[in-house]
Design a protein around this ligand. Structure first.
Ligand code: ZN
Length: 360
């Protein structure tokens, strides 16, 4: 396996060794050769998504794959390809994504770390190099600044898919977005680009709401400290909407109280889309009566993204200024400071944290 003619045998990576513990940044050993459908990518930047925090916290239950690599949105250069790979070639720049796109679904790569097997999925991004499945990368050529390109792997495409596919937002519909972290802010922007009005951003962090204002929210609501979704919060949202219930509610936090609020808040005949993943041990409790009045509650799987179609479309919109991807605040961290990035995301860093594995 080579990069620019030089063999690549090891690289630095962030490793989840133990649930609810900091990641370990260390040298790992890459597979000796690429299997059919595998692609070697030199990572330029990787996003840090709520999904990685959920993995660290084991919100879906005990983690059977420890130790493992992680990260599922990135941008980089293809260095080498395995047999059967047809959709990308060495020298191409690619967005790395977790939803399957064009090409082969290869076996996940087998890495080694400290003499043991190190697990990885079809895509991981928090490392200098990565071996991924062909169908987890999509070639791009764009004038959009590169720090935004990892977001096409998850945050931006999820947001666009949630608004366009899952919620099917129509012109003039009112939209409430609960949680204005990275995905939430881009959901606000996707709602604006789709002609929704009004658009209400709701969060527990004031700085995130300022970013939501800049991204096109017509009003913002700061949630009460604890518990997050109190009656006061609900009242403020209703006031911001002039008393009418919203046509569409998008829930991005995964917090039980916010999921319950999302289902309670929506108009009869409206749509609630759950994007944030709930903790396995904190089930929501909701009154299902609205379901008898044509109300739809649904969960999103990555906005139903079809990367090979959606990534070029979104980049075209971004280049034309019609999807303001670059309005999102982006903060860079070196790989050695990945745990600081994760901690700041937890505490409410506005926008997106991206990790540069090559920064000192
Ligand atoms: Zn993600």
């Amino acid at each position: 396996m080579t990069a620019s003619g030089q063999p690549v045998r090891t690289c630095r990576a962030a490793i989840l060794q133990q649930s609810s513990a900091p990641l370990v940044v260390d040298e790992i050993t890459l597979p000796e050769s690429l299997a059919p459908g595998q692609v070697l990518v030199r990572i330029t930047l990787s996003g840090v998504c709520g999904a990685q925090i959920n993995e660290i916290d084991a919100v879906k239950g005990p983690d059977r794959f420890l130790p493992h690599l992680l990260g599922h949105e990135g941008y980089g250069e293809v260095m080498d390809v395995g047999p059967l790979v047809r959709s990308v070639a060495p020298g191409q720049w690619v967005v790395l994504h977790w939803m399957p796109g064009a090409g082969v679904q290869a076996d996940p790569a087998g890495y080694r770390w400290r003499g043991q097997r190190l697990n990885a999925g079809w895509v991981t991004t928090l490392s200098e190099f990565t071996v991924i499945s062909e169908n987890r990368c999509t070639p791009v050529t764009t004038s959009v600044p590169l720090e935004y390109l990892p977001l096409l792997g998850c945050a931006a495409t999820t947001a666009a898919g949630v608004i366009g596919r899952d919620a099917q937002v129509r012109l003039g519909e009112s939209v409430v977005v609960l949680g204005t972290g990275g995905v939430g802010l881009l959901t606000v922007e996707a709602a604006r680009a789709s002609g929704a009005h009004p658009i209400i951003g709701v969060d527990r962090v004031a700085e995130r709401l300022s970013a939501a204002d800049a991204m096109g929210a017509t009003a913002t609501v700061l949630t009460s400290a604890a518990p997050p979704a109190t009656e006061a919060t609900e009242g403020r949202i209703r006031t911001a909407l002039g008393g009418a219930p919203p046509d569409v509610v998008i829930e991005t936090t995964g917090a039980r109280e916010m999921i319950e609020l999302a289902c309670r808040l929506v108009a009869h005949g409206g749509r609630t889309v759950l994007v944030g993943v709930p903790r396995h041990d904190e089930p929501a409790s909701v009154d299902t009566l609205p379901l008898h009045f044509d109300t739809i509650w649904t969960g999103s799987k990555g906005g139903g993204t079809q990367p090979q179609h959606d990534i070029p479309r979104l980049l075209r919109l971004a280049e034309a200024g019609l999807f303001r991807l670059t309005g999102l605040p982006v903060t860079r961290f070196p790989l050695a400071e990945v745990n600081d990035a994760i901690e700041l995301v937890r505490t409410g860093l506005p926008g997106r944290a991206v990790v540069d594995p090559w920064a000192g």
